[in-house]
Design a protein around this ligand. Structure first.
Ligand code: AMP
Ligand code: ZN
Length: 112
């Protein structure tokens, strides 16, 4: 398996952990776009949101719950953003499903 985030999940490639449980792992983005910029990934390899089906419903809900837990833990009470870039037009560059959790500054909208 040559997937970058699979290697991060197993520890083969180092990362700065923010949260972990049996099905998910969260770590600091290497090129942070905000004071808090974490990536939340399933431990299991799923290429993208577009590759999910009925069997992933509870895992997808869990990943969002993890994002909310971390946001509370990090004191992001003023607000934050959760982003799932999907596919080429969505700007996805790593083909392992991940949620970006961004916060700690006022974020602009719309995105590029
Ligand atoms: P995306 O463009 O949505 O696929 O997001 C991929 C993210 O992975 C980008 O924000 C990168 O900065 C981040 N990234 C790439 N390599 C690493 C790494 N080794 N450790 C942490 N984050 C990474
Ligand atoms: Zn993977």
């Amino acid at each position: 398996m040559s997937c970058l985030f699979c290697k991060i999940v197993t520890g083969e490639i180092p990362s700065t952990a923010a949260y972990e449980d049996a099905s998910s792992y969260a770590f600091a983005d290497i090129h942070p776009q905000a004071p808090v910029h974490l990536l939340i990934v399933p431990r299991k390899h799923i290429p993208s949101l577009d590759a999910t089906d009925e069997s992933h419903r509870s895992l997808l809900g869990h990943l969002l719950w993890v994002a909310a837990q971390i946001a509370r833990d990090k004191g992001l009470g003023k607000g934050y953003r959760v982003v799932v870039n999907t596919g080429e037009d969505g700007g996805q560059t790593v083909d392992h499903l991940h949620l970006h959790l961004l916060g700690g500054r006022s974020l602009t909208w719309p995105p590029g």
